[in-house]
Design a protein around this ligand. Structure first.
Ligand SMILES: O=C(O)CCC(=O)C(=O)O
Ligand SMILES: [Fe+2]
Length: 483
């Protein structure tokens, strides 16, 4: 997603406004927690159910806090007194709370906020966004925690101020991004030509016959699902906003930046240049994460050779610039969303590094902005998606394009994807200077970008915010120095 994401800080997601009607207090029958078979003995069942109660209580408190803020906006409700009574009753008559809240929820759900004008008006109204964000972050349970608690209306900070066409089948164009067969009968020159065309015009392509065994792809997807669906008490140990860590899980790297949040949780694992010790990784995904990353590093080298040749350079040119020395992996989990038309799974962004290899399950939802239209990246079994990221656009002097993309939120099942991002995450980010490759600069193609290093790039990118259609590369343009 985006780290796109400079520091995961980069994953910059956005969000916005709340609706009256999200609520909660009815358990969502589809809500998933850890698989039943994880809990075997009756003792562990009791522990689990006590833990679940605690978790539910914590979530309930958070959700009530979110709701109580909402009550203040409801014209027809006795607002602050209602909230006060609710809190009073929590201490004394939990059952009454349930009844009272049910009545309030029923009343709220009869309130209609149909038009986008009303939605926009609600967005502008005052509400304590900071408190809502903090309550959500403190829960460490992510978006999945909200869904597990049975949330029926999404919190305001997830709501976007622009309408979102959310049906992946309704993308305005039926074109597909290029699919490149890395083996088959294709001669190398043909593959290189396809890579050149895709990188120059689409910034995205899918590859088949890439050599990573299906078993590895399937196990990787399962491990990401396994991590996000493990017992909350286990999972929250990894929740962190300390982006110096080599493995952590978080919801929305840019939660507090002021833009609308996105409907997903992610883990991040730094895999190169220094691979993690096995014990640094959670047992549920450790072995496959290491095996998968080994494959991805090798595939990355193959892709870099093709990209180098597609630029008319020697096959090892890009690799010799250190383009594949850093790798981190994001394991994304997009829980089903009760109001997918109001938010996004991943906000519109470009990726920050050199290039990304993405493994997605078969649910779909990834879209790229091509000639001003959102185009679906339709899942192809066993394929991987490759996209050019910002730094590769910079060093190719705009020959290859880093393209905006997003993921739709969806009802139904959780979506899983695994992004492998080629760029150093923390280590060595000050030492290497990036600038357009001199062989790609000429009188007809003057140098578009000034020199930068990764640290400066990440810092400026964070300020410029390469999301929502804006270019993260603008501050590095030679042009911008003249202004
Ligand atoms: O989940 C996806 O399909 C894409 C995520 C993405 O764009 C990213 O992590 O940068
Ligand atoms: Fe991305």
């Amino acid at each position: 997603m985006h780290l796109m994401h400079e520091t995961p800080a980069e994953q910059g997601m956005d969000t916005g406004l709340l609706h009256e009607k999200y609520n909660v207090f009815e358990r969502n029958p589809q809500a998933s927690s850890a698989p039943e078979d994880v809990r075997t003995s009756s003792a562990s069942k009791e522990r689990s159910s006590a833990a679940e109660d605690l978790r539910d209580l914590r979530l309930l408190k958070i959700l009530m806090r979110l709701s109580s803020i909402r009550f203040e906006r409801l014209d027809a409700l006795p607002t602050l007194p209602a909230t006060g009574i609710v809190y009073l009753l929590i201490g004394i008559f939990p059952i009454s709370v349930g009844v009272l809240l049910s009545l309030l929820v029923y009343h709220m759900s009869t309130q209609k906020m149909e038009t986008s004008q009303e939605v926009n008006a609600a967005m502008k109204s005052n509400y304590d966004r900071e408190s809502e964000l903090k309550a959500f972050d403190d829960s460490k349970s992510g978006v999945k925690g909200l869904v597990d608690a049975g949330l029926l209306k999404i919190p305001r900070f997830f709501i976007h101020d622009r309408p979102i066409i959310n049906d992946p089948n309704s993308s305005s164009t039926q074109v597909d991004i290029p699919v490149i067969d890395l083996k088959g009968t294709n001669v190398r020159a043909e593959i290189v030509e396809n890579v050149r065309h895709a990188s120059e015009t689409w910034g995205f392509f899918q590859i088949i016959n890439h050599g990573i065994p299906n078993r590895v792809l399937d196990e990787m997807i399962d491990a990401v699902r396994g991590f996000h669906e493990m017992e909350t008490e286990e999972k929250i140990k990894y929740y962190s906003r300390d982006y110096q860590k080599r493995f952590f899980y978080v919801s929305n790297f840019h939660l507090f930046t002021g833009e609308a949040a996105s409907w997903n949780d992610s883990f991040l694992s730094v895999m190169a240049p220094k691979p993690p010790q096995s014990e640094e990784l959670p047992p549920i995904c450790r072995d496959i994460l290491i095996e998968y990353s080994d494959h991805i590093m090798k595939l990355g080298s193959t892709i870099l050779e093709l990209l180098s040749e597609a630029l008319g350079l020697k096959p090892n040119h890009l690799e010799s610039l250190g383009v594949a020395q850093g790798l981190f992996v994001l394991g994304h989990y997009y829980p089903p969303c009760p109001q997918p038309e109001l938010t996004l799974g991943t906000n519109n962004h470009t990726d920050a590094g050199f290039f990304t290899i993405l493994l997605q399950d078969l649910l779909g939802g990834l879209q790229i902005l091509h000639q001003n239209e959102w185009v679906n990246v339709s899942p192809i079994p066993e394929a991987l998606v490759v996209n050019i990221a910002d730094l590769l656009q910079l060093i190719t002097n705009d020959k290859f394009k880093s393209v905006h993309h997003r993921v739709l939120a969806q009802k139904g099942k959780p979506r899983i994807s695994v992004g492998s991002f080629f760029r150093p995450f923390n280590e060595g980010i000050e030492s290497i200077i990036y600038r357009p490759i001199k062989e790609l600069v000429s009188e007809e193609n003057p140098c578009v970008y000034r020199d930068t290093n990764l640290k400066e790039y990440v810092t400026l990118r964070n300020k410029a915010v390469g999301m929502n259609g804006r270019s993260a590369l603008a501050p590095f343009k030679v042009e911008s120095m003249k202004v």
